[in-house]
Design a protein around this ligand. Structure first.
Ligand code: SAH
Ligand code: F3S
Length: 461
């Protein structure tokens, strides 16, 4: 009988995509997936560190699953527990020390070596770990036809990050930034389009610096080579978008995440010029205060940021802009916070993820003085959320009476008679319809705007 694996995923799209890669690697090694941990021989948790106390939650989750497995008397042995993702990379062998159940630790660049590690465990090694990070690490190449997401496919374009914002653990858990060769990205998008995917999302921690890795941390020669190549117009993000747009044949192309310093008007222009590039930009500001932005080491001022926003608003297409904000960064005064509030009003975000600052191991901000008391963080979080709700209401109501293009992704979770999907500008739309249009791109007339979604009726062809 084939061995079974159970995989649980936390966090961002990159983790969802990494889970697809891990599933593929395990299937190729003769394992088959199961949706019930009790049936599994291998239980893998793909973890995230954006939330606080991430490691502790991993131990708690393993405890829960283990208790369920122990109660299952039909099984004679416990499964192997493995941890992958950012917690695996950051905690490494500490995971073994803290939990005797964990036998496998898979770093963020080790997915391709997962079958080898399983072989070691099956061959009698008590534990297996691979948390190597390398500037030269290869990208995992995933076949087009093994995706787990049905209507939207993810494509990795960069991995890692060189920005070292003072609060962020990503450069430590994902390593130095590397760009995947453009030909492979274009080939993957083309393959996905050919088998019917209506939308692809290009993924990276900072997609806008695509092709520029080494600029901040490289040696002089490679730096000069890269600048030359860039001047030849070969490897910028805007150029990559153009290639994917013209060569892949995919009807809708989105990307995330953008980074303000590397984002430029060329990107906006390329999106304007190509119908299949979607008018949605996720451009996290993190704060509206110059003082806090400096302490965060973001590398741009509020004014730099709002100039980029102005470029997006000048576009011919009607863009949606979303972002991330952190409240309660060490030393954030009420005045700093009010600048974040005013930035929200100025930008008019279509959506905003608000985070309460929390220290991450190894990051400089974790040692900053003047930490903000939890009740102040909560208060600022709630005030910002209230303001954003207000802004969002007006942003959403501008779609009333308009016809929007929706990729139908499935049945609505709320109502059995409704379908649900996303617009080109990445808003959720629900509308009544029959299941046979799932997977298609349709036009919907918007009749109602809710806080986080739109409602409408199908425009029949
Ligand atoms: N460029 C990345 C950012 C990764 S972290 C991307 O792909 O989006 C995602 C968001 O988590 C950040 O934009 C930031 O708003 C938030 N975040 C990161 N570290 C944090 C910390 N220490 N405390 C609170 N929020 C944090
Ligand atoms: Fe993190 Fe800043 Fe990079 S938020 S992912 S270090 S751009």
């Amino acid at each position: 009988m084939k061995k079974k694996f159970y995989l649980e995923t936390y966090g961002c799209q990159m983790n969802v995509h990494d889970s697809e890669k891990a599933s593929f690697a395990l299937s190729a090694a003769g394992y088959e997936p199961t949706s019930d941990p009790v049936d599994a021989d291998l239980i893998l948790l793909n973890t995230c560190m954006v939330r606080e106390k991430a490691a502790r939650k991993v131990y708690a989750r393993i405890g829960e699953i283990k208790n369920r497995s122990l109660r299952n008397i039909e099984k004679d042995s416990l499964p192997i527990f493995g941890v992958m993702g950012c917690v695996a990379q950051a905690e490494a062998d500490r995971l073994f020390e803290r939990s005797r159940d964990i036998k496998l630790v898979l770093g963020t660049q080790a997915i391709a070596r997962l079958p080898k590690l399983m072989e070691q465990l099956e061959g009698g090694f008590p534990r297996a770990i691979d948390v190597r990070l390398s500037k030269e690490a290869e990208f995992f190449e995933l076949d087009c036809n093994v995706r787990q997401t049905k209507h939207i496919a993810y494509i990795t374009i960069t991995e890692g990050c060189n920005k070292f914002c003072s609060f962020c653990i990503v450069p430590f858990t994902r390593g130095r930034e590397r760009s995947r060769p453009a030909d492979r990205i274009v080939a993957e998008a083309t393959g996905l389009g050919r088998i019917g995917y209506q939308e692809v999302q290009l993924l990276g921690q900072n997609v806008n610096s695509y092709g520029l890795s080494g600029r901040y941390h490289g040696n002089l020669d490679s730096l000069i080579d890269e600048i030359d190549e860039r001047d030849n117009g070969e490897i910028t993000f805007a150029r990559l978008l153009e290639r994917v747009a013209t060569e892949s044949g995919v009807p809708r192309i989105k990307f995330t995440t953008s980074y303000p310093r590397d984002f430029d008007e060329k990107i906006v222009n390329v999106i304007d010029d190509h119908q299949n590039l979607c008018e949605w930009i996720h451009l996290p500001a993190q704060s509206g205060s110059d003082r806090v932005l400096r302490a965060m080491r973001r590398g741009y001022s509020r004014n730099d940021y709002t100039e980029k926003i102005a470029a997006i608003k000048r576009a011919r297409k009607d863009f949606a802009i979303t972002g991330d904000m952190i409240v309660g960064f060490p030393g954030e005064t009420e005045e700093d916070f009010s600048e974040t509030m005013s930035l929200i009003v100025e930008v008019e975000y279509d959506g905003l993820y608000i985070f309460k600052y929390s220290p991450r191991p190894r990051t400089p901000a974790a040692a900053y003085p003047d930490s903000i008391p939890e009740e102040v963080k909560i208060d600022r979080f709630l005030r910002l959320q209230e303001l954003q709700d207000h802004v969002q209401k007006s942003r959403y109501s501008r779609y009333l009476g308009r016809s929007v293009e929706v990729l139908v992704e499935g049945k609505s979770l709320r109502s059995a008679s409704d379908l649900s999907g996303h617009t080109r500008c990445h808003k959720v739309v629900n509308f009544p319809g029959s299941e046979d249009i799932i997977g298609k791109v349709v036009d919907v007339k918007i009749t109602d705007a809710k806080q986080h979604s739109l409602y409408g009726t199908l425009i029949e062809e």
